[in-house]
Design a protein around this ligand. Sequence first.
Ligand code: PHE
Length: 463
Amino acid sequence: MRVPATSNNAFATKIGAILAAAGSAVGLGNIWRFPTETGANGGAAFILIYVLFMLLLGVPVMVTEFVIGRHGQKDVAHSFLSMSGGRKGWRWMGLLPVVAGFLVLSYYSVVAGWTLYYAIEAGMNGFAGKTAADYAADFARFSSDPLLPSLWMAVIVGLTCGIVALGVRRGIERGAKIMMPLLFVFILVLVGCSLTLPGAGKGLTFLFQPDFSKVTGATVLSAMGQAFFSLSVGLCCLCTYACYFRKDVNLMKNGMSVALIDTLVALMAGLIIFPSVYSVPGLEPDAGPSLVFITLPNVFQQVFSNLPILAYGFSLLFYLLLVMAALTSSISMLEMAAAYFHEEYRVSRPKSALGVSLVCLLLGTACSLSFGIWADVQVGGMSFFDLFDFLVAKFFMPIGSLLMCIFVGWVADRREVMDEITNGGQLRSFVYPVWLFLIRYVAPLLILLIFANELGWAITFAN
Ligand code: PHE
């Protein structure tokens, strides 16, 4: 069944489709995880490898998701079914991302909740007049509190649920059209400020001058994981969005635009963070996940110690940026699972969004408590938060991507696939055969290599 172009169930414009998909991709992965990983893995060399994986793996898998989704024009389960040539088993492939969707939204919204709390703190000038030790103690106290972080997480999940319940056009597209341009303005202002700081030169060198002596097998694997996470591929969130693309959207161009926007935002986040960090004597960029919540509030105050108004503005804009980036991503996570229950079990959209949100709130509370009173509750040696992150990034994303590549590259009817990607034969480009080659051979092999390595079978490669 084709979705009527006027319905609230499709993106009204091409730019809306790009912005929504870019909103899913651009998130905490770019502004929190990317600088953390870049810092931990030695800078520019990591970035180069990461960009290579984006091109070889990320973009091809993303376009594969677009092909499956737009062909199906419904939820994930239906999308797989519609291209499976009657092999009904593929319908169950739809369940995999739905389970992963619950997990990812649960732990992602914990960190999103932290960013919201920090944005409010920044708005109330709560960072002023503190010492470096205060920021570390404040973060430890806040994140281990049994109630507060869960409440902020609930606010994020509530906002996400409200937007998804409004529908594709009135909620998701409108949200992306408002938040994404704002995000760009904020990020440009912050980059502009950051490049005038005394540490700008050192920050730029760290970001753009590769030192390959620091590259190990682990760097390569981290870069691959980051490419998956940052582009949101493998969990069918983009597949679900593609169900709402119009038939004249150029899927390949969309995929490349989204990847370009995503990479630019990650680099700009680096351009904000590293010059700032290098502007405070004694600080190094490898602070780990606490970089954004402990190091940066301190950096902002110290760098602008003579101009408190700039310290205030810089912090507020930065955390608001994080909140918006997180929201446009969490919306895509919830939409994927909510659309599944809405379409497959005929539950109304608001009810479906609410049901998924409530389950995620429960799971998210467990993740949040793993920074405090449940720190010792471990499964397989990991806290709930770490377990969810591990399952999503190391299992569901690569396995989902692998299955999608096999599905489109080997199972689905070739003519149907080419018809979808070329918009019924209207588009021609040398890129299409390259894409097909990448998803048939290169991407599956690379993904299998990750698994082999995780299982310890390719340690020689890792060392
Ligand atoms: N890509 C998002 C980010 O960078 C995270 C995400 C993962 C979104 C999986 C949807 C699905 O933050």
